[in-house]
Design a protein around this ligand. Structure first.
Ligand code: SAM
Length: 237
């Protein structure tokens, strides 16, 4: 498979100019020259066979040869509301959530949260989504929302199933996913867990508490377990 590159510009015409980190990757890592063939995607669902026509110091011009609509999204659209862990674990979580087909990740501000997500951090995580999508073949980018309070997230998010992960004995997640479920939203708490007030707010707003087994999972393990369960539930090879 040809190497994949992301175009920040929508690919519409017969040629496209790539700049920024993608041009750096093409020029200085792949050492692309005129004639090098790659696959481009712009996050809108298609991928494009393309050939380098011209290289500059910090940009690359490519001819678009062929457009293919290739859907590698999960049948169930999953939004994960996550109280992000600290440091490298954030990036790891975002990379794996992208691979597992999560549609949207909403960073949550919670009472016991350790990392209060800043704009600069979220921009870095959005770049991690692009890197993971290049690698895993996704043609739509997982969206990373702006940080929001868990209260706002619980009140304002709609879906066929709304699940809040909590270690106490609660519902098993799998039976909730049978039937006509096509949108799921799940909330995962911080290392210190959801506060009693947050759990009560979820109950009052009609969210279902779900268990992910008898062990206490780290935030990213809980988020990715849910992503794997939901993502593969309706998947037909
Ligand atoms: N002591 C905390 C508590 O009792 O909630 C542990 C928090 S855990 C490290 C971080 C988050 O992962 C939890 O808030 C929950 O959303 C999720 N989680 C971890 N283990 C889980 C399990 N076995 N079942 C459901 N959710 C779990």
């Amino acid at each position: 498979m040809s190497q994949r590159f992301y175009s920040t510009q929508p690919i519409e015409g017969e040629a496209v100019v790539v700049d920024g980190p993608e041009a750096h990757h093409l020029l200085h890592v792949m050492r692309a020259t005129a004639g090098t063939e790659v696959v481009l995607f712009d996050g809108h669902g298609a991928e494009y066979a393309a050939r380098v026509s011209q290289t500059g110091r910090s940009e690359v011009r490519l001819d678009v040869l062929l457009r293919r609509e290739v859907n590698r999204e999960s049948p169930i659209a999953l939004t994960l509301g996550v109280a992000l862990p600290k440091g490298d674990r954030q990036r790891w979580l975002v990379e794996k959530a992208t691979e597992l087909g999560v549609t949207r990740l909403a960073p949550l501000i919670t009472a016991h949260g350790v990392a209060q997500p800043e704009t600069k951090t979220l921009d870095k995580l959005r770049r991690a989504v692009i890197e993971a999508s290049k690698q895993c073949g996704r043609n739509r980018l997982m969206e990373i929302g702006e940080a929001e309070t868990v209260e706002a997230f619980l009140q304002n998010t709609t879906a066929d199933e709304r699940l809040i992960a909590h270690p106490d004995p609660t519902s098993n997640v799998r039976p909730l996913l049978s039937g006509d479920v096509s949108t799921v939203v799940a909330a995962i708490g911080p290392e210190g867990g959801f506060s009693d007030e947050e759990l009560q707010a979820a109950g009052a707003a009609g969210w279902t508490p779900v268990s992910l087994g008898p062990r206490i999972l780290r935030v990213e393990t809980a988020a990715l377990s849910l992503a794997a369960i939901v993502g593969l539930t309706a998947w037909k090879a």
